[in-house]
Design a protein around this ligand. Structure first.
Ligand SMILES: Cc1cc2nc3c(=O)[nH]c(=O)nc-3n(C[C@H](O)[C@H](O)[C@H](O)COP(=O)(O)O)c2cc1C
Length: 184
């Protein structure tokens, strides 16, 4: 239970690599971390909120507010609660929004409310990953002090092979664990 007392936000966007995130949530919880999962509306088509809320023990947040009840989720409070935020898998679309402070959903709004170290693990097809717009956005996020978890080379969902595959959840877990252990 080396991560007891550590608050972690896992923010998921619409990429096929989202199916790997439940394992990461499980690993963090097993080590004692408190995990809040945030998803874009598109991400909910790739992995179910039910799986993630069950594993994390907290309701998943996707929308800034519930239109029926008027109940809203406080991104500023969550930004202050988190000791670390991970954006994984990070789609090209959300990365572009984050690089430009386009806060048009809960996930991107939370990003600009972060007060903690931010890690991001892009996932996309090799040609998307190579596109100058994405490379520029990666550099922009790094210039904000965010840490890139480099995508790996390998087989991609498109059937092509190359760089763009999200790092494996076990490796991401080790990176986050080391960072969280260093922070008091
Ligand atoms: C099957 C499928 C897989 C996708 N995988 C990726 C991906 O790995 N990376 C990416 O940037 N976009 C991917 N997309 C496109 C995104 O889902 C799309 O750009 C979406 O608008 C992203 O929204 P979000 O960032 O708000 O979640 C995929 C789309 C489909 C249909």
């Amino acid at each position: 239970m080396e991560l007891k007392g550590k608050n972690v936000v896992i923010a998921i966007t619409g990429s096929i690599a989202a199916y790997k995130i439940p394992l990461l949530v499980r690993l963090l919880k097993k080590e004692g971390a408190d995990v809040q999962v945030v998803m874009t509306p598109v991400a909910r088509d790739f992995v179910t909120p039910l799986t993630l809320s069950t594993l994390s023990g907290r309701p998943v947040i996707s929308q800034p507010f519930d239109a029926l009840t008027g109940q809203w989720s406080n991104h500023v409070e969550l930004g202050r609660w988190a000791h670390l935020m991970l954006f994984a898998p990070l789609s090209a679309a959300s990365m572009g929004k984050m690089a430009n402070a386009i806060a048009d959903n809960f996930l991107t709004t939370l990003y600009i409310a972060a007060k903690c170290p931010v890690y991001f693990a892009p996932a996309m097809d090799l040609d998307m990953y190579k596109h100058p717009a994405n490379q520029k956005n990666i550099e922009t996020l790094q210039s904000y002090g965010n840490t890139l978890i480099q995508p790996q080379e390998g087989e991609l969902a498109s059937g092509l092979c190359g760089a763009g595959r999200m790092e494996e959840p076990e490796v991401i877990f080790d990176i986050l664990k080391e960072t969280l252990k260093k922070k008091t």
